[in-house]
Structure formats: structure tokens, C-alpha cells
Design a protein. Structure first.
Ligand code: 26M
Length: 824
């Protein structure tokens, strides 16, 4: 509705074209006659950027004027992907732009493709933050994101001779979506020491002095909501030397090298995104990034609050801060430091404000991903913060001692400090103690944190502090933008585009599940999406795949717990089975394409081995004349958000096959089903809620349950386990050298066969193969398959990030939308 009432800079196609031409000729200083696709992208992006700025300013003014409570989402990762398509759709002017660009001689798809992904994240956690920003704006919540402006996002992946090669992702060459705010800067202190003194009243005061200073500069990115004028802000901090360009004192005294070195050291802080997904490595630079970002953000938030001249105790009435995992946990300590050391509040009063301000979201139970920082490192980098952490811990342990007297084991278990050599600060414990709510991201995950890693804290704080908010995804990007034809078809049956803001309206599709014409269009759309992907596969890998084969997709970060190794072992098993058949038997088999994609952390040796094996299997299978179209195995290079938008709509079945109890939620599972694909998966993460919503007839579940994992692992370690016979056959073939030098894959094989099979590949392999056989059988009945797909989409309403954000707003943040008068 608002779309009809919007204001300048362009109202119609001609107005849009004028703006594009103006930007080409003036901003870009080019003539229209040598305007290529990249210039057309730049001009189009600038035109839409102008379009966003007005509403962006108005939104900020409106929120300040209304004195609304705001939520600040602190995340080290925002995996935004491309912005132009999203901006055009959210302001409702893509059709107009398409027509305008066509008149200027461009296809809008080609123009959109010119944009570089904003890839400031690793995977699920970063993409979730991006979906949340979209929902917050679309639902008119006053909200800001705070993150780091990395010069290099997640590396680009090239596959060379079957191996992953990492290439730097320099993405800032031309970025029209950010606005440097050179006037919004914060000086951030590191190192130094603490000076204790006594004030007039005899109170002890601490001051943090000395050390070095780095400047944080704000860069703002507008976040437009869908079909609403609300345009929120994402503020990303960039580091630079505090002295400006470089230290002229040093320069003039001849110490040129060290003045340049100072500058480079400062800029290093925001130089690169750490490429670890679900893995923590205690590097000093990473801790510097965390404090730099947290301190700048809090300074900014506190500065805004102080302008209101309200008493400090009202801080939590105006500010909610959500910690996306433990990465920003130092914010808890920093706010306590500001209130006590700088603003002179009493400890208890300050702590009360802190706890009421923060919420903490946990995204993993994997022990190797739980952040710990060594006490000596924090002591060195942030001496005052370490003191505060010790005090927080002391008061916390004292209260535990009062509640549960004489329980030393309990104190040791819940302490924020791990008494190891060296001592470590357990960031999750600090986050729990310093927040009023702790949530997991899917039901099973939230139950697991309450009964395993955080169970003692449930005893101490009571069960109400711990809650579940099942993840969601934005239907704007993951349906409307990624799959425009399906979105249009759905709109035609559900009474317009309302489902994009109320996804439960998808349920109306069930009325049409038997409608012949509708089914035919649905099937045509899926086929067209598969044709598009087949072309991409041909162009990037040289492999020809048939769009009528079953497309079986697993795209996500490569990790042993996600079990891509089980998938490729399954593909090898299929290959061996086909090879053993007579040509007549073979003819009856269902053609399949196994599609993989995903990055391995550069130091994750096993993950890289998995990528190598997938590529080598592809090289053999794809060139085997006996096999032909019956099996193709492809690895798609450099999986990222914009590739996901093409791959997901083309899937028939996707794999979400983590060892039960290890994948906190998963969010691509939701994207695949929303796009009319089915899934094969374990009883893990959000697969469980997906099953509950769409019905167990519409999902292929297999494997052991989370509750059995411990016992199975035990059996492996004590030799009470014989390896699955089909899997042993696969290992034999690898060891015969069929897929290249067996030495290259010895680690993968022995992890399962000889070293305890921690991820239970062998235990689940049989049921995995059986379930794939059921998938084949089901796919042969195309009509029934289609019914399953349509029914599933109709029942996916729950998984909108809008639902998820409303749950956070009500249950954790206590914020309300700032509704806009649409006619103004
Ligand atoms: C640690 C150290 C250095 C660099 C990066 C890290 C790090 C980065 C991400 C550690 C953990 C990280 O994330 C955990 C994570 O990504 N969890 C995923 O969160 C998704 C959104 O909730 C879930 O859907 C996934 O199941 C979960 O794995």
C-alpha cells in the first residue's frame, strides 16, 4: 500500500531512466555510448541508493522523535549478499527498473549479476543476522545492526586440480551501499594499566591508563524494509590509526617506517574476516577485533542514550542489546566499566542495568566452538576488563555458594574462569551471567543446552532465563527474489503478495494441490530453475547434466559434523552398484546428479580432504561411459549467498544430515523446502520442527537419535562395533586407488574406521542408503512427488524470520514496532 504513496526521486520508468542517465554522465563521468553492464549496474545502484536515503533519514528522525526503545543486534558477521535486487523489490520498483533498463539496452538480470556479494560472514550465523535485519525493518522495529567493516570478506574459493585454493575477497572497490561517517569516530584503547585511587568520599575508583589508541570510523548501510518506508541502519566500524594519516612527528624525525607501521597495525584490526565456522582459535587479533567493535558500538549506544538526559536506571527501557553468539560478550564487561568507572554508579546498580540490557543467543553445542580466552592475553590487552570479569565471577560464585552451600564441584563447573594452565575465561558463562535471557535456535538445540552444556545454570537461575527461538528466513530474499516465478504463481493463488509479509497465508495453497493447471505451472517452474542450474554447471565445471535427473544438493560449510563425507561415500556406493549391474538393469535406474558446494576453513585439513575426494569421484564417475546420465557428481566452486539464490530453487532433494544433536538449527533446510524441494535429513536442529509442520510423509528422515549418540560413541571406543558392510566396500574401492592416490584420503577413511567414528557415519550409513532408495522410488512417481512439494510449501509459514523476530521482540527485547502513517 505504501508503495503507491512514495515520493521522489523517481515515480515512473522515465524518471528512473533520467536518474540512471544522470548518474552515468555525472557521478560516473561516462558517456552513455560507452556505458557497459558494470556502469549500468553502478548507475542503477546509485539511483536506488538515492531513493533509500530519504526514507533512511526520515526513519531515524521518526525513531528519535518517538523516543522508541531500540534493539541493537551485535554480530561479527552479516552475510548480506547482493543489495540491488533486494532494494528494488523492497521498495516495489523492480518492474519499473526492468522496463527502464530495457529501454537503455540492458537486461536487468545481467545488471544485477554485476554486483559483488557483501560476504561479511562464514555461514548460517552471519546469514541469520542478515535475515533478521530484513525482518526488523519490514516489521518496523527500531533496530540497528552493529558489525565490522572487513576489507576482506570470506575468501573466494577456487578449485584447482580438485583442491580448494583460497583467494582474497577484496570487495570494497565500488560499494555504493555504504556511507562513510568521518564525523562519527570513537577512540579505542588497548593495553596499558589500571590506576587505583580514592575519591573525596573515600570510594575506590579505577582508571584505565596508557597503552595505545586506535580510531573506529563508522560506515552506515541502509536496510530497507519490504513494502514500508522504514529503513534501518547497519553500522560497520573500520579501524584506522588514531593520529590520522600517519604520525608526522615520527615522520619528520625520520622515523618514516615506524609511522607507516603504526598505521598499518591499526588498519589490520578490521582487515579480514576470520574464516572459521564453528571453530574457535584463540588469536590475539581476533580478540582485538571483538573489543574494538564492542567498545565502539557501546560508546555509540551510550552517547545516544545520554542525549535523552534520562536517569541511568532507565537504560534498559530504551536499549536492548542482543549478542549473536559469544563473540560480543565483552560488551557486558564494557558496559559495566562505563557505568562504574566513567559514570560513577555503584556496582550493584550498574550490574542490574547490564543484566537487564543484554540477551545472549547460543548457536552451537560443539565443544571446539565454545569461546575461551586466556587470562594472560586479556590481562595484557584489557587489564581493567579482566579485573571486572574477576569481580563479576566473585559475586556470582558467592551467590551460588549461598544457594548451594559446600558444593565445590558446582563452583568449579560454573565458574567464568577455568582453572587450567593457563587460566581461561569461558565466554559463554560470562554471557549467561550477564544476560537476562539465553536462547537456543531450534527446539532440540534449546533443550540440549538446558540439559547438557548449561544445565548447572538452569539450576542456579531457574528455567525461565532459558528459552527457545526457532530460527527463520526472510521470504523476500529466499522466495520472492530467488524464485520470482514461483512467488508470482503463489501470489496468484493466495490473493496477492500478502504471503510475503504473512507467510502463514501459504496454507491457502493446499486448496490447489489437485489443480491440474496449477500443478503443471509449478512443475514447469522447477524444471526451468533446473535448466538454469544445469547451464551454470556446464559453464563452470564443463559437466553436462540432464535437467530431468533428480538433483540432489548439499551446499553448506564443509564440516565433519555436517557429514559431507557420508554423502560422497553414498555416491561412491551408488556408482559401484550401477557398475555391478547389467546394461538392462542399469537402464531401469533413476538418473541422479549429486551436487556439492561449500568452503572449508583454510586450516581444516579433514574438510579439505572431503572436497578433494568429491572432486576426484566426480572426475571418475562423470567420465564413465557405462554410467552416462545415471550419476553425475559435481562440486560447485565458491558457494555464497548469490549462488545459493540460484542453486536452492533448482533442488529436488537436499541433504541436512548432521550427526543428531550437532547442528543447532540449520536454515538452508527451510530455504529448500520453501522453494519446493524435499529434504533428506536426520532428526536434528530445525529438521524436527520442519517435520512437525509439513508432516512426516513429506520428509525423508533417517539415522540415530540425539539421545543414542553418547552410547554409540562409547561402543566405538570400546570395540563393540563392526563397520557397516556397504561402507567397508566403499573404503576398499578408495584404497584400491579408483579415485586417485588412496593416501590422499587415508585420514577420512581412518577417522571412521579406526579412530572412533566420532560423527557416527558408520552407524547411520545403512539407514542413509535405504532412505535414498526410498527417495528414488518416490521420485519415480512424479505426481505424488509434486503433491509432497506443494503440500510442504503450503505448511512452511512458521519459518519466516518475521515470526522469529516477533518472538524476540516480545519475549526478550520488549520492543514494539513504530508504525508509520503510510499516507504521509
Ligand atoms: C570462531 C573463531 C574465529 C572465527 C570464527 C569463529 C566462529 C564463527 C562462527 C565460531 C562459531 C561460529 O558460528 C557458530 C555457527 O555458525 N552456528 C550456526 O548458527 C546457525 C544460525 O543459528 C545455525 O543454523 C547452525 O546450525 C549453526 O551451526
Amino acid at each position: 500500500a505504501w508503495l503507491k504513496h512514495q515520493t521522489s526521486p523517481f515515480k515512473d520508468k522515465d524518471g528512473f531512466e533520467r536518474e540512471v542517465v544522470r548518474h552515468v554522465e555525472t557521478t560516473l563521468a561516462r558517456s552513455l555510448y560507452n556505458c557497459d553492464e558494470s556502469a549500468a549496474y553502478a548507475a542503477c545502484a546509485l539511483a536506488f541508493r538515492d531513493r533509500l536515503i530519504l526514507e533512511w533519514n526520515r526513519t531515524q528522525q521518526r525513531q528519535t522523535f518517538a523516543d522508541s526503545k531500540r534493539v541493537y543486534y551485535l554480530s561479527l558477521e552479516f552475510l548480506m549478499g547482493r543489495a540491488l535486487d533486494n532494494a528494488m523489490l523492497n521498495v516495489g520498483q523492480k518492474d519499473l527498473a526492468k522496463a527502464g533498463l530495457a529501454e537503455l539496452g540492458f537486461r536487468i538480470e545481467d545488471v544485477i549479476q554485476q554486483e559483488h556479494d557483501a560476504a561479511l560472514g562464514n555461514g548460517g550465523l552471519g546469514r541469520l543476522a542478515a535475515c533478521f535485519l530484513d525482518s526488523l525493518a519490514s516489521l518496523n522495529y527500531p533496530a540497528w545492526g552493529y558489525g565490522l567493516r572487513y576489507r576482506y570478506g570470506i575468501f573466494k574459493q577456487e578449485i584447482i586440480d580438485g583442491y580448494q585454493v583460497e583467494v582474497p575477497d577484496y570487495w570494497l572497490d565500488f560499494n555504493p551501499w555504504e556511507f562513510p561517517r568521518h564525523d562519527v569516530t570513537v577512540d579505542i584503547q588497548f593495553y596499558g594499566h589500571v590506576v587505583k585511587s580514592t575519591d573525596e568520599s573515600g570510594k575506590t575508583v579505577c582508571r584505565w591508563e596508557g597503552g595505545e589508541t586506535v580510531k573506529a570510523v563508522a560506515y552506515d548501510v541502509p536496510i530497507p524494509g519490504y513494502d514500508t518506508p522504514t529503513t534501518n541502519n547497519l553500522r560497520l566500524w573500520s579501524s584506522k590509526a588514531a593520529s590520522g594519516e600517519f604520525d608526522f612527528q615520527k615522520f619528520n624525525s625520520g622515523d618514516y617506517e615506524s609511522s607507516v607501521a603504526d598505521q598499518q597495525r591499526a588498519e589490520t584490526i578490521s582487515a579480514v574476516l576470520y574464516p572459521n565456522d564453528n571453530l574457535d582459535r584463540g588469536k590475539e587479533l581476533r580478540l582485538k577485533q571483538q573489543y574494538f567493535w564492542v567498545a565502539a558500538s557501546l560508546y555509540d549506544i551510550v552517547r545516544r542514550f545520554k542525549k535523552s538526559k534520562r536517569p541511568w536506571k532507565e537504560f534498559p527501557d530504551k536499549v536492548a542489546i542482543q549478542l549473536n553468539d559469544t563473540h560480543p560478550t565483552l560488551a557486558i564487561v564494557e558496559l559495566q566499566r562505563i557505568l562504574v568507572d566513567l559514570e560513577g554508579l555503584e556496582w550493584d546498580e550498574a550490574w542490574n542495568i547490564v543484566v537487564n540490557t543484554f540477551g545472549y543467543t547460543n548457536h552451537t553445542v560443539l565443544p571446539e566452538a565454545l569461546e575461551k580466552w586466556s587470562v594472560p592475553l586479556i590481562q595484557h590487552l584489557l587489564p581493567r576488563h579482566l579485573q571486572i570479569i574477576y569481580d563479576v565471577n566473585l559475586f556470582f560464585l558467592q551467590s551460588v555458594e549461598r544457594q548451594f552451600p559446600n558444593n565445590r564441584d558446582l563452583l568449579r563447573e560454573v565458574s567464568i574462569i577455568e582453572e587450567s594452565q593457563p587460566k581461561m575465561v569461558r565466554m559463554a558463562h560470562l554471557a549467561i551471567v550477564g544476560s537476562h535471557k539465553v536462547n537456543g535456535v531450534a527446539e532440540l538445540h534449546s533443550d540440549l543446552i538446558k540439559t547438557t552444556i548449561f544445565k548447572d545454570f538452569v539450576e542456579i537461575f531457574g528455567p525461565d532465563k532459558f528459552t527457545n527461538v526457532t530460527n527463520g528466513i526472510t521470504p523476500r530474499r529466499w522466495l520472492h527474489q530467488a524464485n520470482p516465478r514461483l512467488s508470482e504463481l503463489i501470489a496468484s493463488k493466495t490473493g496477492g503478495k500478502g504471503f510475503l509479509t504473512d507467510l502463514t497465508l501459504l496454507s491457502k495453497l493446499e486448496l490447489y494441490v489437485d489443480d491440474k493447471e496449477f500443478r503443471k505451472e509449478w512443475a514447469e517452474i522447477k524444471y526451468a530453475n533446473k535448466v538454469r542450474l544445469a547451464k551454470h554447471i556446464k559453464a563452470t565445471t564443463g559437466v553436462t547434466v540432464s535437467p530431468s535427473a533428480l538433483f540432489d544438493v548439499q551446499v553448506k560449510r564443509i564440516h565433519e559434523y555436517k557429514r559431507q563425507q557420508m554423502n560422497i561415500f553414498g555416491a561412491i556406493h551408488r556408482y559401484l552398484t550401477l557398475k555391478a549391474m547389467t546394461p538392462e538393469e542399469r537402464q531401469k535406474q533413476l538418473p541422479r546428479v549429486s551436487i556439492f558446494g561449500g568452503k572449508a576453513a583454510p586450516g581444516y585439513w579433514m574438510a579439505k580432504q572431503i572436497i578433494h575426494l568429491i572432486n576426484n569421484v566426480g572426475a571418475v564417475v562423470n567420465n564413465d561411459k557405462d554410467i552416462g546420465d545415471l550419476l553425475k557428481v559435481v562440486f560447485l566452486e565458491d558457494y555464497n549467498v548469490s549462488k545459493a539464490e540460484m542453486i536452492i530453487p533448482a533442488s529436488d532433494i537436499s541433504e541436512h544430515i548432521s550427526t543428531a544433536g550437532t547442528e543447532a538449527s540449520g536454515t538452508s533446510n527451510m530455504k529448500f523446502v520453501l522453494n519446493g524441494g524435499l529434504i533428506i535429513g536426520t532428526c536434528d536442529g530445525a529438521n524436527i520442527e520442519i517435520t512437525r509442520e509439513i508432516g512426516e510423509n513429506n520428509i525423508f528422515l533417517f539415522g540415530n537419535l540425539a539421545e543414542d549418540v553418547e552410547e554409540l560413541r562409547h561402543a566405538h571406543l570400546y570395540g563393540q562395533h563392526t563397520i557397516d558392510a556397504d561402507l567397508a566396500r566403499v573404503f576398499d574401492e578408495i584404497e584400491r586407488g579408483t579415485f586417485g592416490n588412496p593416501q590422499d584420503f587415508a585420514g577420512m577413511v581412518s577417522a571412521v574406521r579406526d579412530h572412533g567414528d566420532y560423527y557416527l557415519v558408520s552407524d547411520d550409513f545403512h539407514s542413509y542408503l535405504e532412505t535414498h532408495a526410498l527417495v528414488d522410488e518416490a521420485y519415480r512417481d512424479q505426481e505424488q512427488w509434486l503433491t509432497k512439494c506443494i503440500t510442504s510449501v503450503a505448511r512452511m509459514g512458521f519459518f519466516s524470520s518475521d515470526r522469529c523476530i516477533n518472538e524476540y521482540a516480545e519475549g526478550i527485547w520488549n520492543i514494539e514496532p513504530l508504525v508509520v502513517d503510510r499516507d504521509k
